[in-house]
Design a protein around this ligand. Structure first.
Ligand code: GAR
Length: 187
């Protein structure tokens, strides 16, 4: 059984989708959900799903080995960033090379980098008159949104789209493909 640790900063709908998908399938297990945000919706989801959750602050994440030791004790096969908004420090990418993956709500390399998350991404895509957008699942290295791409899926951007309607389409792609792409790591 593949052991997964999930990092999330917000609502956590992807985290929940991944956890329920694998609970049904029985091929992987979300061991814990880690968050930098004590207000994150993902924490209530974790509680409902009976998945342990841990909140850490900047000091613990960037200037201590608390998070690294915690992850080491869990011995995950894969670390999944599902709407996690802080930069991953080098001590983690070095300890888990090719074992940390992220989902980004655009067709990278377009609309990635610092400050590009959630609605900011969709607003920028619309402002630039893009005809299509999508999702990118990629390995995480020490640079924001620059690791090798594992998977992309596209959706049309209509002239009538708003950041909200585009976010909804992107979320549907994420729910459809993210668990499936994670499944590839099971073997
Ligand atoms: C997702 O759309 C994810 O792609 C995006 O945040 C959303 C989280 O939604 N991630 C980023 O923008 C990372 N730069 P969720 O909390 O409902 O899963």
């Amino acid at each position: 059984m593949l052991k997964i640790v999930v990092f999330a900063s917000g609502s956590g709908s992807n985290a929940e989708r991944i956890a329920t998908y694998f609970a049904e399938k029985g091929t992987a297990q979300v061991q814990a959900i880690l968050s930098n945000n004590p207000q994150a919706g993902v924490l209530a989801r974790a509680k409902r799903l009976a998945i342990p959750s841990i909140v850490f602050d900047r000091q613990a994440f960037y200037h201590s080995d608390i998070v690294l030791n915690l992850i080491k004790s869990l011995q995950p096969d894969l670390i999944v960033l599902a709407g996690f908004l802080w930069k991953v420090p080098a001590y983690l990418t070095e300890a888990y090379p090719d074992k940390i993956i992220n989902i980004h709500p655009s067709l990278l390399p377009k609309y990635g980098g610092k400050g590009m998350y959630g609605a900011h991404v969709h607003q920028a895509v619309i402002d630039h008159g893009e005809k299509e957008s999508g999702i990118t699942i990629h390995y995480v290295n020490e640079h924001y949104d620059e690791g090798n791409i594992i998977f992309q899926a596209k959706t049309e951007v209509l002239p009538t789209d708003t950041p909200d309607t585009l976010a909804e389409k992107i979320h549907q792609l994420e729910y459809q493909y993210f668990p499936e792409v994670i499944s590839r790591f099971v073997d």
